[in-house]
Every structure is written in C-alpha cells, then in structure tokens.
Design a protein around this ligand. Structure first.
Ligand code: SAM
Length: 301
C-alpha cells in the first residue's frame, strides 16, 4: 500500500493545504507556554506576547503575567481551531503537553497548560476523553541540587511535588467513526491483547527521546517514537491521514511511514528542514514503491 507524506515548512496557524474533514488523527506536541526555552519563540511569533513581556519588565504586575500566559495559549488555540476544521467526524486529537513551573516576582507557581488546552479544545466543540500521564522514568525526585526536588529538605510544609509527568490529552470531534462491516484496513490495523493492556492504561512509563547533540535538535524537545507509534496505532487505521501541526524534527512523519498511514506535518522553523529530512531518512523529495515524501516551503505567516 502506497502512502503519501507532506511536510510544509510554514505556520500551522492557517493550513490552506489541508481540506476540511480530510484528516483522521492529529498527534502533536506544541511549544509549552511559560517554559523558559519557549519564551523567545512565543515573542517572535506573537507580537502581543513580546509587548506584554516588555510591560512586565517595566511594571512586574501579576496581571501582566496572566495576560502573557493568555496570549501564549491564544497562539496555540489558532492551531487547535484549524485542527478541528480539518478533522473528519469521529477524528481524534492527541496533544502532548507539560505544565510549567516558574518563579515570578519571587513566587514559585504552576501554570497548568494541560487545563488551558482542555478548555480551548472543548470550547471548539471537541469532546474530552480520558488522558494519558506520560511518566518519564529519568525524572525521579532527587535532592540537594542533583535533580528536580524543590523546597526545604524534609521539613513541612514548604516543599513542592516534583513534576515527573507530562500529559497526552485526547479529544474526539463529533461522533464515533463509522466503518463498513469487516473493513479490511481496519482489521489489518488491529493491536494485540498485550499492546491493548499496556497502551490503554492511564500511566505510560516511556523513556524520553535521547538528547541530541546539536543545539537546534535539543531546542525542540522531540518526543520518542514509542509515544507516537502507540497513539497512531491506537487511534487510526492503515491508509488514514495523520497531521502534526508542530512537526519539529519529523518524528510523526517517520512513524506514519513506518505504520502505513499518510501524513501531513507543519514546521515553521526552516532551519529544521535538514533535520526533518534526516529523521525521515529521505532527501527533498523521495519516491519509493510504498511511499512518497515531499518537503515544500511556503511563507511562514
Ligand atoms: C515541541 S516541538 C515539537 C517536537 C516534535 N514533536 C518532535 O518530535 O521533534 C514544537 C515545534 O513546533 C514548531 N512550531 C511552533 N509554532 C508553530 C506553528 N505555528 N506552525 C508550525 N510549527 C510551529 C516549533 O518550531 C517546534 O519545532
């Protein structure tokens, strides 16, 4: 079975390359609001965020922080709106997101990104389904500067719980997907009992992707193939189309090729194009007997 894979170097805030109701599954991990490594990205892509940060530097008001956080999520919400448009009835959205902790004005606090995304997606009409907690075995609580433990040693009550889980939020558009009886491709996509027992449990212990050597590669925080493979096999059938609007290094495209799904990926950072080519292991445009990959550019905004 021949599958097709498009990578568009451009912003997914608008996805004119995707027709309405043409995508069966969205699997993605966006930049995380209020995590420092993504501040620059949000400032560069949303002038409102950069204006607000300047205002915060001048007035240090908590209200301004709230506005910055809102503006970052509003940027992401444009993409969730487009994802809703392109999904088929019964299509699924899986969003990997971590909450953020940060000390602002001398006060340590949580920014609950997963809750914000649930609110935005539900307001679009998506139905929330039970989510997955992805526990990274490498981020166990540690102590004395050797890890993530924050607070006051063994004395109550001022210590903080270590955040060692990220969320994989799951939503459905509309009704359950319908298939013809004994649909061949659906049956060929079945998972085993062992896979079902592990994949459909709420806590996943999966190692984070190996840290890459190059700065650009580290900056995007790629998710591991294993996470994407599970989601693609749980929520789509062979020959379906999978969309990743925040493609990064191209993990979703690579997994779609491996699992016999078609795919579309958007990545606005042109500098990542060579890395995407490396991940999918093909050149600019590749044809083989079972799949074709095309990487094309359009203006970023
Ligand atoms: C967390 S990374 C995704 C990493 C990816 N899951 C992987 O495995 O490599 C988020 C990516 O989204 C890209 N990005 C952010 N906003 C975007 C937008 N509006 N359109 C397209 N790409 C965007 C960033 O440049 C970054 O590479």
């Amino acid at each position: 079975m021949r599958t097709e894979h498009r990578v568009i170097i451009g912003s997914s805030q608008k996805m004119p390359e995707c027709a309405d109701s043409s995508v069966h599954l969205v699997v993605t991990s966006p930049p995380y609001p209020m995590i420092k490594m993504w501040d620059k990205h949000f400032c560069e892509t949303n002038p409102e965020v950069s204006k607000l940060w300047r205002r915060f530097d001048a007035n240090c008001q908590d209200e301004t922080v709230k506005q910055i956080y809102d503006a970052m999520h509003n940027s992401l919400a444009n993409v969730w709106r487009e994802a809703y448009r392109v999904l088929v009835d019964g299509g699924i959205v899986c969003i990997n997101i971590g909450d953020a902790t940060r000390t602002i004005n001398g006060r340590f606090r949580l920014f609950s990104n997963h809750a914000r995304i649930i609110e935005h997606c539900e307001s679009l009409g998506l139905t929330s389904l039970p989510y997955i907690l992805w526990m990274k075995p490498t981020t166990k609580p540690k102590y004395k500067g050797k890890g993530a433990f924050l607070g006051s040693g063994f004395l109550p009550p001022n210590a903080y719980v270590t955040m060692d889980c990220e969320f994989i939020l799951i939503f459905r558009k509309g009704n359950l997907r319908k298939f013809p009886q004994h649909d061949r491709l659906r049956y060929e996509s079945a998972f085993s009992k062992k896979e079902r027992d592990i994949w459909f449990s709420q806590i996943w212990q999966v190692k984070a992707a190996r840290q890459k050597s190059n700065l650009a590669e580290r900056r995007i925080a790629a998710y591991p193939d294993e996470i994407v493979t599970r989601l693609v096999r749980m929520f789509s059938a062979k020959a379906d189309t999978v969309l990743d609007p925040f493609l990064g290094s191209g993990t979703t495209t690579k997994v779609a090729i491996q699992t016999g799904r078609n795919s579309i990926g958007y990545e606005m950072d042109e500098a990542l194009a060579p890395l995407i080519r490396k991940t999918v292991a093909f050149g600019r445009s590749n044809k083989s007997s079972d799949h074709i990959v095309e990487i094309s550019r359009r203006s970023v905004f």
